[in-house]
Design a protein around this ligand. Structure first.
Ligand SMILES: N=CN[C@@H](CCC(=O)O)C(=O)O
Ligand SMILES: [Zn+2]
Length: 399
């Protein structure tokens, strides 16, 4: 294997357990992995040297929540929302109709375009969900197509009950034939536990069947109002509960309790349920921002994700999410970056592979066209993403 030294980095923010910052730094890559990190002056010899031009470096974003398998456009729904209309789960059906009409070729092309957009924005590990199929054949088709493009696929057959079906019949279908058909393509299952989507009992049924099928679990919970989503996620040992906009004290306590056997200092022990905050979605739906600050202070591990989808959050910009988390959710810049990298990796169960810059981890590194990572929030709205390395290879941007 040949080694590559990325040097002349103004700073590296590692997002490791101690959130190390190294000034005037370098990173040595061997094949796909990081083999050394430190001050440039002490860097070992390498087969190839890349001059980073005094840019800052940080881990590639780990986007743990997206819905990228879709066709169609819902900009009119967005415009109506900005004029005062509330978001409702029913909008999902509009995308379902457009997506069902798209060929495999078109869906793959659209998905590839969105994945490329995310990569160009610094996302080096990407999850996506099904959930615009809402039928056995369509959900299986979306899962299959997604599995050829992204790193992880989550089965979200339980996204919305189709208008022509009885809710219980549809839930039974999700838990039976649909689950069986998508199973080869997916790692996790999810349920939209919310008024207008799936009840507590139906969500429980979906989570039980998915767990029995050997899938990891996550829940869309407490997005549009208070509800049982968070408690269910903790009860089932879900890897994450996502949205978390409307939490009461008992929800925060339950989430914090799920991390009681986790040592945040050494990042070891038994992981609990990650609370995934989706600030771009919160802004686009005019919901209160998720209480990321309060969750962190309570000892909950949080993630930041884009929730890129055509209804509630049509952006894959993790940098925008980080800037919003700092400016409006009162996270420190380093806390926000950790949530958008390591936090996402925890939510996906891949924290030993990606999510921080550490020796032995995959060399997923983004360079910023800026001298420090603080610029991500200091210069909001600016595209600061420079060259992006994925598994040790330059995958987007120019040196
Ligand atoms: N909340 C449920 N699902 C998506 C929105 C889907 C849509 O409206 O198309 C979300 O995460 O926000
Ligand atoms: Zn979602």
């Amino acid at each position: 294997m040949s080694t590559t030294l990325i040097t002349n980095l103004s700073e590296i923010f590692t997002a490791d357990a101690t959130q190390t910052v190294i000034k005037d730094a370098a990173i040595l890559i061997d094949g796909e992995k990081i083999v050394w990190i430190g001050e440039a002056a002490e860097a070992p010899e390498a087969d190839e040297t890349i001059d980073a031009g005094h840019r800052a470096a940080l881990p590639g974003w780990v986007d743990s929540h997206t819905h990228l398998v879709f066709a169609g456009d819902r900009s009119q729904e967005f415009v109506a929302r900005m004029a005062g209309q509330d978001y409702a789960a029913g909008g999902i059906a509009v995308t379902t109709a457009a997506t069902r009409a798209a060929s495999d070729y078109d869906l793959t092309r659209l998905l590839l375009g969105r994945a490329a957009e995310a990569l160009a924005g610094g996302t080096t590990y990407l999850e996506t969900k099904t959930g615009y199929g809402l039928g056995v054949e369509e959900e299986a088709r979306h899962a299959r197509i997604a599995s050829t493009v992204v790193d992880q696929v989550t089965f979200l057959g339980a996204h919305l009950v189709p208008a022509d079906m009885d809710a219980q019949d549809y839930t039974d279908l999700v838990c039976g034939e649909m689950l069986e058909r998508v199973r080869p393509y997916v790692q996790f299952a999810d349920v939209f536990c919310e008024r207008g989507a799936f009840s507590e009992a139906q969500s429980r049924q979906v989570l039980t069947a998915s767990r029995d099928a050997g899938l990891g679990l996550r829940v869309h919970g407490n997005q549009l109002g208070p509800g049982p989503g968070v408690q269910l996620a903790v009860e089932f040992g879900a890897a994450s509960v996502d949205h978390v906009n409307y939490l009461d004290e008992a929800d925060v306590t339950a989430l914090a309790g799920s991390w009681k056997n986790w040592d945040a200092g050494s990042r070891s022990g038994t992981a609990g349920t990650v609370a995934t905050c989706l600030p771009a979605c919160d802004l686009s739906t005019r919901q209160p921002l998720a209480p990321g600050r309060e969750l962190l202070d309570a000892g909950v591990q949080i993630a930041l994700a884009s929730n890129c989808n055509p209804g509630t959050s049509y952006t894959s910009s993790m940098a925008f999410c980080v800037a919003t988390a700092v400016l409006q959710m009162h996270l420190g810049i380093e806390e926000a970056i950790v949530a958008a990298t390591y936090g996402g990796a925890l939510a996906l169960g891949v924290q030993d592979l990606v999510g921080s810059l550490e020796v032995g981890k995959r060399a997923d590194i983004q360079l910023l066209n800026a001298p420090s990572v603080a610029h991500l929030a200091y210069r909001p709205g600016m595209n600061l993403t420079g060259p992006v390395f994925r598994a040790g290879t330059l995958a987007a941007g120019r040196l």
